[in-house]
Design a protein around this ligand. Structure first.
Ligand SMILES: CC(C)(COP(=O)(O)OP(=O)(O)OC[C@H]1O[C@@H](n2cnc3c(N)ncnc32)[C@H](O)[C@@H]1OP(=O)(O)O)[C@@H](O)C(=O)NCCC(=O)NCCS
Length: 180
């Protein structure tokens, strides 16, 4: 389902693949060859969400453009920015944060409000990146809360690139089979 919020419709590039069972609401931009898989929810109602090119938003991922609420009940909107060639693994929760290019977010990881994951980094499966944490470039973080484990190797980096290309190709096949 793709629907507007406050008269703002999601803007989805014609080459992107959005599975019919995904939900995309409001102020959301999705660029070329990006894929959004079944039961992913992308809700841009408090703040904007932008997702770059050739990125995969896997099944069951939840992305909210929310913010921080003060004790007076005033909300400070904080957008979601996701770059190019990222893999957002099955079931991850992405809340009002920035994820730069060539990042792998492992399955079921949680990225808290205001966090920044710099280019080429990996968040291991099931990890919790705390609110406001900055993960430096090319760094593998893991655990609850997530802490740096090691540098991302050239091999890891190639796997991220190949995975994003693979997903873009897979999405093209789904799109074709569904006549989308
Ligand atoms: C983290 C990952 C990249 C493996 O990296 P690795 O360097 O081969 O990891 P290792 O198994 O050698 O473990 C290195 C250390 O990190 C820890 N670690 C690895 N994965 C972890 C996790 N998910 N949570 C907590 N700690 C973890 C290990 O316990 C180990 O710690 P130790 O040295 O104290 O024993 C992999 O487990 C992962 O999470 N991949 C993401 C897959 C995914 O979700 N893809 C998207 C869907 S297709």
């Amino acid at each position: 389902m793709i629907r507007p919020f406050n008269n703002v419709w999601p803007r989805i590039h014609p080459t992107a693949y959005v599975d019919p069972q995904a939900v995309i609401i409001g102020d959301v931009i999705i660029e070329d060859n990006t894929s959004v898989w079944p039961y992913a929810v992308i809700r841009g109602d408090i703040s904007k969400i932008s997702i770059g090119k050739e990125t995969a938003i896997e099944d069951g991922v939840l992305i909210h453009g929310g913010g921080r609420i003060s004790k007076l009940g005033v909300i400070e909107p904080i957008p979601v920015v996701i770059g190019n060639n990222c893999i957002i693994g099955h079931g991850a929760v992405i809340h009002s944060c920035t994820i730069k290019d060539f990042v792998l977010i492992g399955m079921r990881a949680i990225i808290g409000t205001g966090a920044i994951i710099e280019e080429g980094s990996i968040v291991a499966m099931g990890s919790v990146v705390r609110e406001g944490m900055r993960v430096p470039p090319r760094t593998l973080v893991a655990g609850v809360p997530a802490r740096p484990i090691r540098q991302v190797t050239d091999d890891d980096y190639q796997v991220i690139i190949k995975s994003s290309q693979y997903y873009a190709e897979l999405a093209r096949k789904h799109k074709e089979l569904l006549h989308l």
